[in-house]
Write a protein that binds this ligand. Structure first.
Ligand SMILES: *Cc1c(COP(=O)(O)O)cnc(C)c1O
Length: 216
């Protein structure tokens, strides 16, 4: 378990790039990890976690919420409309708002449930066909659409293409957020979170570097 290593590397990056200490939220991505690894990180006092699958998250976190206070849970994976209600009940934050239909469903459920997680819009910065996310050309309209529905858009999220220089994508996401008056930036994973911090990430999503590689 390398929680402390990662936290100290984040602190070093914050110092190096003149960010306030502890200004970066570390989301420990626990998807597909064995429970005992997650429990170690919980027992070490960490409280912010990310998951990709609603079903998997629903099978573990309600119990852990009873035993560990102040948990903050982030939904990171693509979200099917028919799982939106369950996701909104489970998660404090959804990073994968990626299409108008989902925005419409979340807005309706928010009225019904009387609450709504904080929302990040996922942007497909590399225009990859297999990847979720709003395309650049549609982003501004989508942000306006979300705001007209009173959705609480707190940030933008991206997963850069594996074979491209991530800095270009981090810089682009930063500019898109600035241009649209959005403060949060969810970017950076195990291999590039320090670089993401240099480009202004407010939330880094680190899985294998904390927990070890995910079992197949
Ligand atoms: C799995 C995942 C991560 C964590 O990836 P690591 O390489 O294990 O750090 C971060 N973000 C998203 C969206 C993921 O699906």
């Amino acid at each position: 378990m390398s929680l402390y290593d990662i936290k100290s590397r984040i602190a070093d990056a914050e110092a190096k790039y003149s960010k306030p200490l502890n200004s970066t939220s570390l989301i420990a991505v626990s998807k597909l990890q064995p429970n005992e690894r997650v429990l170690k990180v919980l027992d070490a006092g960490h409280r912010e976690f990310g998951e990709n699958y609603v079903q998997e998250a629903a099978s573990k976190w309600p119990t852990w919420r009873e035993n560990y206070s102040q948990l903050k849970l982030h939904m990171l994976g693509p979200l099917q409309t028919n799982k939106a209600r369950q996701a909104m009940e489970l998660f404090d934050c959804i990073h994968s708002l990626d299409r108008p239909k989902l925005a419409k469903t979340i807005a309706r459920l928010a009225q019904e449930l009387g609450k709504c997680p904080k929302l990040f819009i996922q942007v497909n910065t590399g225009a990859e066909v297999q990847k979720a996310g709003i395309l650049l050309k549609d982003l501004e309209t989508f942000i306006l659409d979300c705001r007209s529905k009173d959705l609480n858009i707190v940030g933008l999220m991206a997963i850069p293409p594996v074979d491209e220089e991530v800095s270009l994508h981090f810089a682009l996401l930063r500019k898109l957020a600035d241009d649209n008056g959005i403060a949060g930036l969810s970017m950076g994973m195990s291999n590039d979170f320090e670089k993401a911090i240099s480009f202004g990430a407010t939330h880094v999503r680190v899985g294998s570097a904390i927990f070890g590689s995910r079992p197949k």
